[in-house]
Design a protein around this ligand. Structure first.
Ligand SMILES: [Zn+2]
Ligand SMILES: [Zn+2]
Length: 537
């Protein structure tokens, strides 16, 4: 918030009339000549639309195996025959590529879109289209599937995060550019090609009245880095940074051919962050076509009609045991004599507060004393802060404690989408009474009902995985070890073996397996799926 306040003070100073056009506060300069020179350098005025093609890669943002410092997002796929067409006049972006089936369709480029429990990709050919504020995905020649509006907004923002897009955006009403300068020094400068201190300029604009976008401009008037901050439910303010190099000239227009993108902070120094930023996507896209603009794209009816988020559904599984579903991931509620425990907090604040309202209706007057968090993949922990806010203790494996404490359950400001915890951080946050960090096993009980929490071994899918079990009812709660929203997949076999081993070692008499992704199933269904996959592999 401080940075925002400072910038608005600067803007007031610029527009108050007391300063002439040539006078700027110390450290700041006039953005107009910088933008004009950058436009001339790449011939921005001549470009209406662009198409660029090549091959790329993508990483799974939020899906690290361990909460280790300074490791890349898992490199999960290569994108071949990639083509992207951007038309800024119609605010349209069309991206097509081929990728091995079996991954989540949204799990590329913006890993913010990684949501387990949604249909996995069946065909090689993938299409992602954005028109204004609406985005959709097409798997092969299948039906268009709408992308939730908060992710669609980031996709929309992205079509301006390239040198030509930025310069066009800087001319839009409300962009309010400001500029400042700095020296970039040898290794302190990035991109590896700085041999002596170089004076760089940064021009910062505002997009959609919400996102601050910064362009770093070198002495040759070339934009070589673009940076913005978006919201991620898990981490809050989230850095996105595109670096582009190897400019080529096509029809007098310059366009970069090499791209790579960081999501999160690309540092190994500020160790207070566990999740330090990683390469999220990139590639080489040398085939450039300028000003061959595509026909206008109509937003499909199914995309127009899509509504988000899905309403919460309530299914009673046993006395006082409920599945709270309706989205791509479930929470489960277990009622005790004078409190409630909830297994899993997927999604975001809005989803979790809606689930919490349902819990309050089902067990009026009983506090949600415990929130059991299975594992720290981002699609499973975006609601943890909401449970912290209403007073729950977070039950997690001890290996996740540092990550949750330094990156997720913090009292740092969130400037893009402030949530309740960032607006009103509870006192306990600074005092540390927020966790039950378990090593092997933990039991939640009111001396009547028992709910055991186990550390799942051997490690598969992720380190620090917990499951929970109601021995009286024979219900086992687990995440990502066996999903039921789709037919069983061979890719899940190692995790299924791990679950099977854990259940056998603990001697659990499981009748019902309750997954976070998909509906509960009889244990026998899991066993037969395991046998079938074992036989095939
Ligand atoms: Zn998942
Ligand atoms: Zn997971």
């Amino acid at each position: 918030m401080m940075r925002r306040t400072f910038i608005s003070v600067v803007l007031i100073a610029l527009t108050a009339g007391s300063a002439t056009a040539q006078e700027f506060p110390p450290g700041f300069v006039d953005p107009a000549p910088l933008l004009a020179a950058a436009e001339v350098e790449i011939n921005a005025a001549a470009l209406r639309c662009i198409s660029f093609s090549g091959n790329g890669y993508n990483g799974a943002v939020g899906q690290t195996f361990e909460n280790a410092v300074n490791i890349d997002w898992p490199r999960i796929g290569s994108l071949s025959n990639y083509t992207r067409v951007i038309n800024w006049n119609t605010e349209t972006s069309i991206e097509t590529f081929e990728r091995e089936p079996g991954l989540n369709p949204a799990s590329w480029k913006y890993g913010l879109g990684w949501i387990g429990g949604t249909p996995t990709q069946q065909a090689r050919q993938q299409t992602h289209i954005t028109v204004g504020g609406q985005s959709w995905h097409i798997d092969g020649d299948g039906e268009p599937v709408a992308i939730p509006p908060e992710i669609a907004e980031v996709y929309r923002l992205d079509m301006w995060l390239n040198p030509h897009g930025f310069l066009k955006a800087a001319r839009l009403p409300g962009a309010d550019p400001v500029a400042f300068w700095r020296w970039e020094q040898i290794e302190k400068g990035r991109d590896g090609n700085v041999v002596a201190p170089v004076k760089m300029h940064v021009v910062a604009i505002t997009m959609f009245g919400k996102y601050r976008v910064d362009a770093t401009i070198n002495p040759d008037n070339q934009i070589q880095r673009l940076k913005t901050t978006v919201n991620d439910p898990t981490l809050g303010d989230f850095n996105i940074e595109h670096e582009s190099t190897n400019q080529v000239t096509v029809n007098g227009i310059k366009w970069p051919t090499n791209w790579h993108s960081h999501q999160g902070w690309d540092d190994n120094w500020q160790f207070f962050r566990q999740s330090t930023g990683h390469n999220a996507y990139g590639g080489s896209f040398p085939d450039i076509v300028a000003n061959t603009c595509p026909d206008p794209v109509t937003v499909p009816q199914a995309v127009r009609d899509a509504s988000f988020p899905a309403p919460v559904t309530v299914d009673e599984m046993a006395d006082g045991v409920y599945r709270l579903g309706g989205g791509p991931a479930n929470s489960y509620m277990v009622e005790f004599s004078d409190f409630v425990a909830v297994f899993e907090a997927p999604g975001d604040e809005r989803r979790s507060l809606t689930v919490i309202e349902e819990v309050v209706k089902l067990a009026p007057g009983k506090p949600i004393r415990w929130l059991i968090s299975s594992h720290p993949h981002f699609d499973h922990i975006g609601g943890l802060r909401s449970y912290l806010h209403i007073g729950s203790t977070i039950v997690t494996h001890m290996s996740n404690l540092e990550f949750l404490n330094t990156d997720v359950l913090t009292y740092e400001s969130r400037t893009v989408e402030p949530d309740i915890v960032s607006l009103w951080p509870p006192t306990e946050l600074s005092e540390g009474y927020n966790y039950e960090a378990i090593q092997e096993r933990y039991t939640i009980t009111d001396d009547e009902r028992l709910l055991h929490v186990y550390y799942v071994q051997p490690l598969q899918h992720v380190s620090g995985m917990l499951m929970a079990f109601l021995p009286e009812e024979g219900i086992a709660f687990q995440a990502d070890l066996f999903d039921t929203h789709e037919p069983p997949k061979a890719a899940q076999l190692p995790a299924m073996r791990s679950l099977n081993t854990q259940v056998a070692r603990m001697g659990l008499d499981v009748g019902t397996l309750a997954p976070v992704h998909g509906a509960p199933v009889p244990w026998s269904e899991f066993v037969s799926a395991l046998r079938t996959l074992e036989a095939q592999n």
